[in-house]
Design a protein around this ligand. Structure first.
Ligand code: NAD
Ligand SMILES: O=C(O)C1=N[C@H](C(=O)O)CCC1
Length: 270
């Protein structure tokens, strides 16, 4: 952790998105963070102030991340873009000695392994966090704890209808954490069959994951455990994107002092 509060030079990719806008606010409101530039899918050569609905900041906009890192001294990249670009952006960052903090979801296990190897070869830290909200991290930890005692579990995640990936990164991470403590297990009736394809949801080692997408939602998840004569529901709701920002700030401060890739904020909140 950067306990000395030394200045951190930051680039944000995806500044016009729901998360990116919030991250621009968080970085510019944090005394020891400096926003050096943003990387957008368009508007190369403009300033943040020129972008619709963005604050009046004299900060340059790039579409070419390589060029952005060549022209500025950068410590940390915050990537909040889309599943198609997260991995590429991380590789570019590592190549420039920049430490990525990535909220973008949709990474495969193979992506994470490859990126970890790159990070370690370059002696650089990186953090991929499917969910930056402290309450969501606790939901995942509590779920892992409960699964030791109640191994029958299903996950229902609910998100806004602009979301590209399903199931959510949080739901996958929750299932991975649960699978660390329980034997793989087929749930439900052994002879069950779906009258409509997909009715039982996605399968992760016998756990079912159900994805709801509706306008009006932000990010929500229930982890439901069933046992003899009882159920236990662990639920988290993010009502807005500000809920993610303390976690992004913590990740930026932590990534400066690690030299591997960390996947999941639960690994840095002990
Ligand atoms: N980890 C978390 O806590 C957390 C929280 C919310 C969202 N997310 C994830 O973060 C990502 C962004 O979510 P959002 O709701 O802000 O999405 P969004 O669609 O509102 O914003 C994404 C932004 O990225 C920009 N973009 C796309 N490709 C780009 C590129 N190549 N270079 C630069 N910018 C590019 C788009 O123009 C858009 O402005 C998603 O993957 C989402 O799942 C993670
Ligand atoms: O808005 C989104 O998209 C979110 N995605 C994360 C996920 O996939 O788990 C969690 C927070 C919101």
């Amino acid at each position: 952790m950067n306990n000395t509060n030394e200045n951190v030079n930051i680039v944000i990719a995806g500044p016009r998105g729901n998360m990116g806008r919030e991250a621009v606010r968080m970085v510019t409101d944090t005394d020891h963070f400096t926003l050096k530039a943003v990387v957008d899918s368009k508007h190369d050569g403009m300033k943040v102030a020129d972008l619709d609905g963005m604050p009046a900041l004299d900060i340059p906009v790039y579409t070419d991340m390589d060029r952005c890192f060549s022209e500025h001294e950068v410590d940390v990249l915050i990537d909040l873009t889309s599943p198609a670009f997260g991995r590429k952006h991380m590789e570019i960052a590592f190549n420039h000695g920049v430490r990525p903090v990535v909220g973008t979801t949709g990474f495969s296990d193979e992506d994470i392994e490859t990126l970890r190897t790159i990070a370690e070869n370059k002696n650089l830290g990186g953090i991929i966090a499917p969910n930056f909200a402290i309450g969501a991290i606790l939901m995942m930890k509590f779920s892992q704890m409960a699964a030791k005692f109640l191994p029958d579990v299903e996950i229902i995640e609910r998100h806004h209808d602009r979301k590209l990936d399903a199931p959510s990164g949080t739901a996958i991470k929750t299932a991975q954490l649960i699978s660390e403590v329980r034997e793989a297990k087929v749930q439900g009736h052994p002879d069950e069959h779906e009258e409509l394809k997909g009715a039982r949801g996605a399968d992760f080692e016998g756990m079912k994951i159900h994805s709801v997408r509706l306008p009006g939602l932000v990010a929500h998840q229930e982890v439901i455990f069933g046992g003899e004569g009882q159920t236990l529901t662990i639920r988290h709701d993010s009502m807005n994107r500000a809920s993610f920002m303390p976690g992004v700030r913590l990740a930026v401060e932590t990534v400066l002092s690690i030299d591997t890739l960390v996947y999941g904020l639960e690994n840095i909140i002990e």
